[in-house]
Structures are given as C-alpha cells and as structure tokens.
Design a protein around this ligand. Structure first.
Ligand SMILES: NC(=O)c1ccc[n+]([C@@H]2O[C@H](COP(=O)([O-])OP(=O)(O)OC[C@H]3O[C@@H](n4cnc5c(N)ncnc54)[C@H](O)[C@@H]3O)[C@@H](O)[C@H]2O)c1
Length: 311
C-alpha cells in the first residue's frame, strides 16, 4: 500500500482496542502516524506497543488542540464512548463525545482538507426487521449510543455534500480479537474466576455478527485506499449471526467445560441492548473486494491460548 507512504495519518482513539490493531498495521505502511486519544478507555500499553507512532494524549472535545496538530492527509476517526448501558445512563456525555466530538474531528478535517474514515456501528439500525441487514435499511437507533452514531454519520454526510470532504463511513458489527472488550472477554473473565458457573446477561438468545479485528483493520485500510469508497457507507461484519448461548457453548467446549459449568441467564438485558445483529456485507465484498477471513470458532482457541487458559 504505497499510497500511505507519504501521508500524514491521524488516528483518533488509537489507544483503544481497534485503534491499536489499526495503528500497528499502519505503522508498517506509513512513517508519519499520530495517535490522538484521551485514554478514557484506551490503554497506554497499546500506544507503547506502536513505538513508531507519535502520541498525543488529549480529548476530541478540545477543538483548539485538534486544530493545532500538524496537517493530516488522512484521519481514521475511531475515538468514541462505546458502552451502550453507559450511554443510556449518561446520554449527554455520550452525545458530547460521539456527536460533538465527531463534529470537532470533521472541523479539523475541513481545515486540513483531510480524507476521513469514520467508525460507525450496527447500533444505527436498532432492531431491524430485515436480515441480513443492508446499508440502505435506514436508521432506527434503539440506544443513545446508536443515536449519537447516527448524528456522527449525518454530520459526515453534511461535510461531504456541503464542504466536499472525502469521507467513508464504516459500520462495524461485533468486533473481537486480542485485547478486546465485550462478551467474549466477559465470559472468559467469569470462567477464569469460577469455571463452575457462567452467567449470561439477558436471555442468551441475543445474536451477534462477530467479525475479527484483523478483518476490520483490512476494511479500514481498503476504505482509505480505494477511490470508489469515497462518499460510501459499508457494513463490516462476517455476514453470519451467532446466538450468545451458542457462543458460550463454543467457549465451554474449547475449555473442556461442556456439561461441567452451570450456565444461567439473567433474562433481562441492559437498556438499549439489540436482539440481533446480522450484516449484509455484499456491498463491501463487491466494491472494496473485502472478504473477512477469520472464523469465530478458529479464533476463540487463539484468544483462549493467549490468556493461558487450559484447553
Ligand atoms: N468494538 C466493537 O465491537 C465496535 C462495534 C461497532 C463500532 N465500534 C466503533 O469502533 C470505534 C473503536 O471502538 P473500540 O472497540 O476500539 O473501543 P475502545 O473503547 O477500545 O476505543 C475507543 C478509544 O477512544 C478513546 N476516546 C474515547 N473518548 C475520547 C475522547 N473524548 N477524546 C479522545 N479519545 C477518546 C478511548 O480512550 C479509546 O482508546 C468506536 O468508534 C466504536 O464506536 C466498535
């Protein structure tokens, strides 16, 4: 990808889970890489593990700081408040980071005439009636997080149409892999503490489209490199859906705990939780030649090995 060699690249949220994996890959392709992150959920360890990148610890709500950074040719905007239940309890804080923060990043992009890739989410669809869900399904967010991502997307569209900015919107399904947070790590944490018992929050019948972070990184890079991605929105998932109870069974099988661990459900999930995520990924396959490679079953073993849990 020699088109990144001479680019000044800014990654907001680069100390987070996806940001870390993206920056590690970008550091191989681009010598001028800056991570901008307030470390609210990101980790210094992630930044240290990408030693070639410059690191600026600050907030996307600090517009003045953003605009005094060196000119960026390309911005990956990943910084966000990502916790759905938090967004329901703190809708204003969620809005500030995800809506106003995105607007600030777009202002930085307008000043520098940067290309932008914006990380959006399955949460913009809410509980869709169509599966697999295509990009043109429409917005129907079910949580404040989903709504603040819709606002971010709409500002992206406004900046494309009115200011001629080059932007691509990527909606991620459930991203997993090493250093991730979310249901897989929640289950493994619980089982490490007590292998005799696993409590699932909700009914266990919620269903998710799990996509590996290495596939997401490839999607982010393709979206930034391809001319035909300008002005487009893409779903990035695996294109299949897995019930949370089946995920629990897969994990127990790998850990040789099938039939030994008592699995219970709380039956009530958190406010804003979506029933099913199952993406139609044909647009990204067709237009970006993006084909997710990593199967959940295969990678779970690797995650478990990495945590040094007995298999
Ligand atoms: N992980 C997933 O499954 C998933 C799914 C859909 C969408 N996304 C989107 O992908 C992006 C990255 O998610 P992630 O899973 O890596 O989450 P993460 O929490 O690991 O990373 C987010 C990063 O943003 C930083 N950040 C938060 N608020 C900030 C602020 N005000 N100023 C500067 N930095 C700030 C955090 O410190 C963190 O490093 C987010 O935009 C998220 O909404 C993730």
């Amino acid at each position: 990808m020699e088109q990144f060699e001479n680019k000044r690249i800014l990654v907001t949220g680069g100390a987070g889970f996806i940001g870390f994996h993206l920056c590690r890959k970008l550091a191989e392709l681009a010598p001028n890489l800056t991570i901008y992150d307030n470390l609210s959920s990101g980790k210094l360890e992630n930044v240290k593990d990408v030693p070639k990148a410059k690191f600026i610890q600050d907030d996307i709500l600090n517009l003045k700081k953003l605009c005094t950074l060196e000119k960026a040719d390309l911005i990956f905007h990943l910084a966000a408040q990502v916790v759905v239940p938090y967004s329901m309890e703190n809708p204003i804080a969620d809005f500030e980071t995800n809506a106003r923060g995105t607007l600030n990043v777009l202002e930085k992009a307008r000043k520098d005439d940067s290309r932008v890739v914006f990380a959006s989410s399955a949460a913009v669809y809410g509980n869709p009636a169509k599966f697999p869900t295509p990009e043109d399904y429409g917005f129907n967010p079910f949580s404040c997080y989903g709504l603040s991502k819709v606002v971010g997307e709409q500002y992206c569209k406004m900046y494309m149409n009115q200011y001629g900015l080059d932007i691509t919107i990527l909606r991620f399904a459930n991203v997993y892999g090493s250093r991730c947070h979310g249901v897989i790590h929640d289950f493994l944490d619980k089982l490490q503490r007590n292998p005799a018992k696993l409590e699932i929050i909700g009914t266990g019948l919620q269903s998710r489209d799990f996509v590996h972070v290495s596939d997401i990184v490839n999607g982010l890079i393709l979206a930034a490199a391809k001319e035909n991605a300008l002005g487009q929105t893409y779903n990035l998932g695996f294109g299949t859906t897995t019930k949370i109870i089946d995920l629990a069974k897969m994990i127990l099988k790998i850990l040789n705990l099938a039939g030994k661990t008592i699995v219970t459900t709380t039956n009530v999930s958190w406010q804003g939780d979506i029933d099913t995520i199952w993406f139609d990924i044909s647009k990204a396959q067709r237009e970006l030649q993006w084909h997710p490679q990593v199967r959940l079953e295969d990678n779970l073993r690797e995650i478990i090995r990495e945590r040094k849990m007995p298999q």
